[in-house]
Design a protein around this ligand. Structure first.
Ligand code: FE2
Length: 370
């Protein structure tokens, strides 16, 4: 099976139009197309957004029995499909099912005037599916016949964000090794990174798996059940099981992107000013103004290949589950040893601040998280 990279992701959301307004207005995505019952997408409305090489489908179920409705009822808004491009979708589907993947949707061909797309779906982790996508002809025709292209001019057409870098996935305690083994055995991924992190009496295990093309990367996170419950436990409780905690989006200019998105209302996790005092002792000379990085709370880490700059948004969801990461790679191809710890600590600070704000509890019995 030749995986060529992530084709797109699909979010199941309560209201695709409102979610599209957020991702468009705040995060710089452009509306590229849409479909619904009138295009043969029974019981759903789907909007296609794009920015750089990122393609994101936002789908809302229009009937109670549509899978998107059930997903949102269980998990709230979230990433439900991680689609990968393959050379032969029907062949890949047969191969994966033979190796033990759960069959969800057998191969189906979508035919247009200048393009043909074959899709099939198998189970991934939790309620998240993997869609296999084979494209022939015009690559601009996303799903021939089902998603109609929107006339140009519907968005900002920027390229603040270039492509999907990785997805971070929380799994329940005890399931990390099984999940890694599943991706190795069924999907042919390899484990490329492993870390145990302890912060303030909490702990988690992380393992990173990647396909042979190096273009599909899953950062798997599991809470250490022997320690004080922390944010991974909170995610699993609020999300009701395994799921995508954050989406890592690569940018060519993180300083420009964070400035632009912040000006439009995207809220980023803060970083203590002291973090920058000995930054260059930890990661070496940084080719960016440190005061600008400090102003924007951008984190810097390094691996053997070079540096990476990153920042995490606060969650945009009421359950405080899914959030975004912006990452600029300057030679680093993996994750620095401080990367996952930095995220963990930043998220702890966000939750601590939110928990101390009385307004968060207004109108709901639900607390702001652990
Ligand atoms: Fe990440």
């Amino acid at each position: 099976m030749d995986i060529r990279g992530i084709d797109h992701i699909e979010l199941y959301v309560g209201d695709a139009r409102q979610a599209a307004f957020y991702f468009g207005t705040a995060v710089g995505f452009t509306l590229l197309g849409q479909g619904g019952p009138e295009t043969g997408l029974v019981g759903q409305r789907s909007l296609l957004l794009g920015q750089g090489d990122i393609r994101m489908v936002l789908t809302t179920g229009l009937t109670a029995d549509h899978p998107a409705s059930g997903y949102v009822a269980r998990h709230g808004d979230g990433i439900a499909v991680v689609a990968v491009e393959v050379g032969d979708a029907a062949g890949a589907y047969a191969e994966l099912v033979a190796r033990g993947a759960t069959s969800v949707t057998p191969p189906r061909t979508w035919t247009g005037a200048d393009a043909e797309v074959v899709t099939a779906e198998v189970g991934g982790f939790g309620d998240v599916l993997h869609r296999l996508v084979e494209r022939r002809g015009d690559r601009g025709d996303f799903l021939p016949g089902a998603i109609e292209a929107t006339p140009a001019g519907g968005g900002t057409d920027e390229r603040l964000l270039a492509e999907i870098d990785h997805l971070a996935v929380c799994v329940p305690p005890g399931q990390l090794d099984d999940t890694v083994a599943h991706y190795e055995r069924v999907f042919g991924f390899a484990q490329i990174f492993e870390e145990h992190i302890e912060v303030a009496g909490q702990a988690m295990n992380s393992k990173v798996v990647q396909d042979t093309s190096g273009r599909v990367t899953l950062v798997l996170l599991e809470p250490d059940a022997g320690r004080r419950p922390g944010q991974i436990d909170a995610f699993l409780t609020e999300h009701h099981g395994a799921g995508v905690q954050h989406l890592g989006l690569r940018t060519d200019d993180i300083v420009g992107a964070v400035g632009a998105l912040g000006a439009r209302g995207v809220r980023f996790a803060g970083t203590p000013a002291a973090y920058y005092d000995d930054l260059e002792q930890r990661v070496g000379k940084v080719d960016a103004p440190l005061d600008r990085l400090r102003d924007l709370s951008i984190l810097v880490d390094a691996d053997h290949g070079g540096q990476l700059l990153q920042i995490f948004t606060e969650s945009m969801h009421v359950r405080r589950t899914l959030f975004l990461e912006l990452i600029e790679r300057r030679g680093a191809r993996t994750f620095g040893s401080g990367n996952i710890r930095a995220l963990y600590e930043a998220k702890e600070r966000e939750l601590a601040v939110a928990g101390a704000t009385p307004a968060v509890a207004a109108g709901t019995a639900r607390g702001a998280g652990a």
